[in-house]
Design a protein around this ligand. Structure first.
Ligand code: PBG
Length: 323
């Protein structure tokens, strides 16, 4: 008879017991904080839909990165808001582009902070799509050349990890080839491998000013219904040379984080995206749930599902709580 011999409640009786038997533990070292860098001096503009997150000029970004490092957070991922946008996304791969300048400045001030960059074009194109638009469609193979140039320019500026988020076919291979051909064989690639066309990116598009001016991203980002296809995308990115892979968003796709963890022996990252963050904040501001607990429960769930790396806008408050 399992009961009364077995009483699982025995191990839940006190905080010290619960702590002893806890299966999933969070560590700030596994967090990556997304940051938005913009032109100017002394700029720190709060993003309306993402309270507690800012568009920052480089001078402020450097200070922010120093704080991130002092909290023991794993690293940052940089997104850029260029001075101007055009049809060719030239701001994305310019050697003196906003992200390239930011990397150099942060690198100079905070020597061993991990700097990751988002490699994509949507913040840099006048139409807000993630690549070259030809006849109303995003042209895959032309876009690969932009992505390779962008990743290379980030590596040149000092990025440790480049993270392509565009979902073009073949981008990881194109980026690996460009990096290796130019002596950056030590720069690693975190592929946004299973990235879904998600409504939860809504607040980010305000943060990065990257809303598509026509249509949507469903011809390149994945259909939320497709789990098997996600495994195929991951396998392809690994074959092309990705060092680490990501599932994005996180909470609505925990099943895929788990499948990825079980199938592939590489570091698995998950991106708790802007909408996941903003929903918790909005509910908390209404007094509908406790922000700290929702933050920790969601992060714990993402880790329990199998993500060793979590990109999250909660990096700082979570790190403070864990200290
Ligand atoms: C760029 C990119 C996006 C996000 C990360 N990289 C937006 C998009 O694909 O529309 C979303 C991040 C977030 O919502 O926090 N393509």
């Amino acid at each position: 008879m399992p009961f009364p011999t077995h009483r699982p409640r025995r191990l839940r009786a006190s905080d010290s017991l619960r702590r002893l038997v806890r299966e999933t533990r969070l560590n700030p070292a596994q967090f990556i904080l997304p940051l938005f860098v913009c032109p100017g001096q002394g700029v720190k503009r709060e993003i309306g839909a993402m309270p507690g997150n800012y568009q920052m000029s480089i001078d402020n970004l450097v200070g922010e990165c120093a704080e991130v490092q002092s909290l023991g957070i794993g690293g940052v991922i940089l997104f850029g808001l260029p001075e101007s946008k055009d049809e060719l996304a030239s701001g994305a791969y310019a050697d003196d582009g906003i992200v390239q300048q930011a990397i150099r400045a942060v690198r100079q001030e905070t020597h061993d902070l991990l700097i990751m960059t988002d490699v994509c074009n949507c913040e840099y194109t006048s139409h807000g799509h993630c690549g070259f638009v030809k006849d109303g469609e995003v042209d895959n193979d032309t876009t690969l050349q932009w992505l390779a140039k962008t990743a290379l320019s980030h590596a040149r500026a000092g990025a440790d990890i480049v993270a392509p988020s565009d979902m073009m076919d073949g981008r990881v291979g194109a980026i690996r080839e460009a990096l290796d051909a130019n002596g950056f064989e030590r720069t690693s690639i975190l592929a946004y491998a299973a990235k879904f066309a998600s409504v939860f990116y809504g607040p980010f598009r305000e943060a990065a000013d990257s809303t598509p001016q026509f249509g949507d991203r469903r011809s390149y980002q994945m259909d939320p219904a497709n789990g098997r296809e996600a495994m195929k995308e991951i396998a392809l990115d690994l074959e092309e040379g990705a060092d680490m892979i990501m599932v994005k968003p996180a909470l609505p796709y925990l099943d895929l984080i788990r499948q990825a963890r079980d199938r592939f022996d590489v570091p698995v990252a998950a991106y708790q995206v802007s909408g996941e963050y903003s929903m918790i904040l909005a509910a908390a501001r209404n007094g509908w749930l406790d922000c700290e607990r929702a933050m920790m429960e969601s992060l714990t769930s993402i880790a329990r599902a199998g993500a060793g790396i979590i990109l999250t806008y909660f990096s700082k408050p979570a790190a403070r709580l864990l200290a």
